[in-house]
Every structure is written in C-alpha cells, then in structure tokens.
Design a protein around this ligand. Structure first.
Ligand code: FAD
Length: 351
C-alpha cells in the first residue's frame, strides 16, 4: 500500500480493481492495454510506450494475451503459515530451524503481538486467487513447531491459517530472451511485452530497477538514473509514533489520530480482539483506496491474518463505517460482508 501511495507522491497513478483484459497491438508491436473496471464493468484503452507485466503467478495469463502459444514460465509453489497467540513464543526473538527432519525450513516469528509459524513449499498446478492451505501443510507445521514453541499448539489454538503462491520461474523455458539475474527473470516478447517474474519481496527494488531500465531502452525513452536505491517510500519518517498500534503508518499516523480526535467513536477498536480502531477503516477508504471489507480486513490492516473468527465478527461494523464514507446502502454492506465471510472462512482453523 505504501508503494502504491509513493506512486501518487511522484505524480503517477495506480488503480485497483482494474485488471488488464487484453493487449493493444499496432502492427506487431504492443501499444497499450485494455483494462476493465471491476466495479462497473466498463473497459478502457490505455496507450503506452512500454507495457510491463509484473503479475506474479498470473504472469503467464498476460503473456498469453500477447502470444497465445507462449510456453508457460511460472511454476507456482504454495507456502502456508499459521498464526498463534503470542504465548507460544514469548519475547521478541524469532526461531529459525534450517533443517527439519524431512529437510525443510521452519520459522516462528513474533508478529503484531502474535506469532506466525511457517512455511511449506509445495508445487501446485492450480493457480488461484485464494489458494487453500492443505491438511498436510497444517499437520507439518504444527508437528514440527511443537518442538520449538513454549507449548504444543493444537488446531484449536490457530487464530488464522493462510496460503500464498510463490511465482517461481521454470528453468529452461525455451524463450528467446535474456535472464538478467539468478533471482528474477526478465523476458521481452517479440512484440515488446516485458515480463518480470520470480524474485523475492526482499529484492523488489532491484527487480523494479532492472524492469524499468529495460523498458526505458526498449521504448527508446529518455534514460534517467534509477532513484530506487535511496528512495524513501510513502510513510517514511524519523519521528517516533506515540501510539504503537499506529506505528505501521509512519508519517501518516498523525492524520489517523486526527480522524479519531474529530470523532471519538472512531478511536474505539472495531473488535475487542483485534488491534485496530474505526479511524483506520475511515483512513483506508479515504487514503488507501479500500473498496471492500476484504480490502480493509485483509489488505489494509492485518486483521484477517491475526484472527479469522474475530474478523468475520468485525465485518458488519467495518462495512457500516465504509458505507458512510463511500455513500453505499444497506444492500452493499450485506454483499461486501457476505463476500468477505466467504473468503475468511478459508482462514479458520480446520476442525
Ligand atoms: C509462502 C510464501 C513465502 C515467501 N517467502 C518469501 C521470503 O522469505 N522472502 C522474500 O523476499 N519473499 C518471499 N515471498 C515473496 C515471493 O517469493 C514473491 O516475491 C512475491 O510473492 C511475488 O510478488 P510479485 O509482485 O511478483 O507478485 P504479486 O504480489 O502476486 O503481484 C502481482 C499483482 O498482479 C496483479 N494482477 C494479476 N493479474 C493481473 C491483470 N491481468 N491485470 C492487472 N493486474 C493483475 C495481482 O492482483 C497482484 O496484485 C514469499 C511468498 C510466498 C507466497
């Protein structure tokens, strides 16, 4: 979210709920993309001198919009995590187990006054938006974590369980373009679609630099030195934030505090078991482009990952606060709560 905000700070535009549905070609060359508004269904044509495909595990789908017969390059690997109460790992130190009995890596990390334990590494063929943690992954994490935590975790201790797909790049994909590094791969198709795939969160600045430098050359844009190495993203500050719960907002924290001061009801937590206040919901809508309850509870705050059941209980209150800001009616509230609840049930611990 802070990266998206940094785009606006620099005069750019980032849009959510607006997927690319096809690519525009002039002659044989990519000249832009058709995007669809996920709320209204309207489509728009955006012309561009360079189109960068950075869509993670969905990269092949966009590549096939360009070349329907393109060989797949993504090998998705599922990893799951469990969130437990802090009592399972008191203190501030993490535990890293470099080699479990079956040769895997396990860690337990203190996180937002909870502990997150993971992970797994399972090749999967089915690439979906909401991957589901598998029974064997949960069993593996619980059994192995029990050896290192202060007490044995059981399924009923799990506050939230979730899975993600790593967009690994297959070796030897047969493509004609260059791999720029061992970490991430850049492919440029014959029509000029630049795909960047693989890599890691920790190397995202280097990935961005390589992708933009390549795009600059490819599109014949004015070459400018890349600023990413020392660029301070939105929210950066040296100021200490007095409220620990607003610390993650950095320089934006005073603005959220202000919302809570103007309307004291918004200083209240929206659920007793979750560390978030109403003002954060209002802020998410006003300044972080949150459009649904799922945006607020899963992607603007970490509520869904800290407590799936508590988040389901909190959803109606969050919808009410959002509806006021977005000028939505009761039907919208019911629909966004229903959609969130459906997703959030997948984060509840299995019985
Ligand atoms: C279990 C797990 C463990 C990990 N561990 C580590 C780690 O230890 N260290 C580390 O550095 N990294 C780690 N990662 C990060 C990971 O390896 C990747 O770097 C990261 O998930 C991929 O980021 P990305 O930006 O390429 O893709 P994503 O974050 O998936 O972003 C792709 C974006 O493209 C959008 N999109 C898809 N299709 C379209 C379309 N048609 N039009 C427009 N937009 C579209 C999606 O909505 C999404 O927002 C881990 C990831 C997982 C899942």
């Amino acid at each position: 979210v802070n990266l998206a905000e940094a785009i606006f700070d620099l005069g750019g535009v980032a849009i959510n709920y607006m997927p690319v549905v096809s690519l525009i070609k002039e002659g044989d060359l990519i000249a832009g993309a058709v995007i669809r508004d996920g709320e209204s269904g309207s489509e728009y044509q955006i012309k561009a001198q360079a189109v960068i495909n950075a869509t993670g595990v969905f990269s092949d789908g966009v590549r096939k919009m360009d070349e329907p017969d393109a060989a797949s390059i993504i090998a998705a690997s599922q990893g799951s995590h469990l969130v437990l109460p802090k009592a399972f790992l008191p203190g501030n130190s993490a535990v890293m187990v470099p080699n479990t009995p079956d040769g895997r890596v396990l860690f337990a990390v203190p996180w937002h006054d909870h502990v997150v334990v993971g992970t797994t590494d399972l090749g999967v063929d089915n690439i979906t938006v909401e991957p589901v943690p598998m029974e064997e992954e949960i069993g593996f994490i619980l059994t192995n974590a029990a050896k290192y935590l202060s007490k044995n975790p059981s399924r009923s201790d799990i506050l939230s369980v979730y899975a993600g797909l790593r967009p690994l790049v297959k070796a030897g994909d047969g493509s004609s373009t260059a791999a720029l590094s061992r970490d991430h791969t850049i492919l440029i198709s014959n029509s000029g679609l630049l795909t960047i795939a693989g890599g890691k969160w920790t190397t995202y600045r280097k990935m961005a630099q390589d992708a933009v430098d390549q795009a600059e050359t490819m599109a014949g844009l004015e070459e400018r030195p890349c600023r990413t190495e020392h660029f301070q993203i939105h929210g950066w500050t040296r100021q200490a934030i007095p409220e620990p719960s607003l610390g993650v907002y950095g320089a934006d924290a005073p603005a959220i505090r202000e919302i809570a001061i103007e309307e004291p009801a918004l200083a209240e937590k929206f659920h007793p078991e979750l560390p978030y206040i109403g003002a954060e919901v209002v802020w998410a809508v006003r300044s972080e482009m949150a459009r649904t309850v799922e945006d607020v509870l899963a992607r603007r705050t970490r509520a869904l990952l800290l407590g799936a059941r508590a988040s389901i209980e909190a959803a109606p209150r969050v919808a009410e606060l959002m509806a006021r800001e977005l000028k939505r009616d009761g039907d919208w509230q019911k629909q966004t709560v229903k959609e969130f609840t459906q997703v959030a049930k997948g984060y509840l611990p299995p019985a």
